[in-house]
Design a binder for this molecule. Structure first.
Ligand code: SF4
Ligand code: SF4
Length: 266
């Protein structure tokens, strides 16, 4: 079989362009602690993309609804290269544009800090879908001048760093999201209509509204769902987030992931 051709720079997200790419097994030096003079310098004027798990964890930590979190703490950048809405953490309005969660002592939401903050100084990109090619994550290294972490002695592979930062729980819960984003349906530049883009945004980012949609509309009369699953969807946020891609594969791409009931809806 022919080796797939490498991705062009223009196919990668703009934040990755010009960064050093790391292959599996390659190591990098990094360490970060409050004793460094750059401590929290990286928590200002920075683009932090939020995954569905980030929105869920942060909104629950802050004890606000997902809708309130989205309204208060996020931006949806509009770029031509994105075929689906992507969320970014909104920095404060002051000139330094500091993260709303940074304090002198460090990150005030550290246990629930976003995936991108856990990954730093690594960044990951999922290349656009191509026919017959399984999209494999590509890793890049941020080596900002101000960051003293890159001059420290500790050495890590990608996997060691991810394990140290507790990334796997995020990757597990966001797996269905990443599958949708790189679904082969988008090959050739196909675009979803605004109604379906809104479905994507609600099911992945605004979980409280997604739950209301399931339980306050005709959804449960239209689709066959196991009773245990229905109970879980009502009470368990992670179960709801894991269900979102199943619903979206049906609603966005027409995949047979949902079973319609054999009855007439009034
Ligand atoms: S070492 Fe880098 S990541 Fe750590 S606080 Fe300093 S700038 Fe931020
Ligand atoms: S969420 Fe925490 S780690 Fe991430 S930028 Fe804000 S303060 Fe820094």
């Amino acid at each position: 079989m022919n080796k797939p051709k490498p991705y062009e720079i223009s196919e990668l997200p703009y934040t990755m362009r010009g960064r050093r790419q790391l292959e599996a097994g390659q190591s990098f030096c990094f360490d970060c602690h409050p004793g460094l003079s750059c401590f929290t310098r990286c928590c200002a004027d920075v683009n932090i993309f939020l995954t569905p798990t980030d929105v869920l964890r942060l909104s629950r930590r802050l004890k606000v609804t997902t809708t309130e979190f989205l309204d208060s703490y996020t931006l949806v950048p509009i770029t031509k290269e994105l075929h689906l809405p992507t969320l970014m953490l909104r920095m404060n309005d002051e000139p330094e544009k500091r993260c709303p969660f940074v304090q002198e002592s460090g990150c005030s939401v550290y246990q629930d800090r976003p995936w991108a903050c856990r990954m730093f100084p690594l960044a990951m990109a999922l290349p656009p879908a191509r026919a017959g090619v399984e999209p494999k994550p590509m890793y890049f290294l941020f080596e900002e001048d101000y960051c003293e972490g890159k001059s420290q002695q500790r050495s890590w592979t990608i996997e060691q760093w991810k394990a140290n930062q507790g990334v796997s729980a995020w990757e597990d819960l966001d797996a269905g999201y990443r599958e949708i984003v790189s679904n082969p349906w988008f090959i050739g530049g196909r675009q979803l209509d605004p109604k379906r883009i809104n479905m994507f945004h609600t099911a992945f980012h605004d979980l409280d509204v997604f739950r209301e949609f399931i339980f306050s509309s005709s959804f449960l009369r239209r689709f066959e769902l196991d009773a245990d699953l229905v109970d879980q969807l009502q009470t368990n946020d992670e179960a709801l987030l894991r269900f979102a891609p199943r619903w979206l594969r049906f609603a966005l791409f027409g995949e047979p992931t949902m079973q319609l009931r054999n009855c007439t809806i009034e």
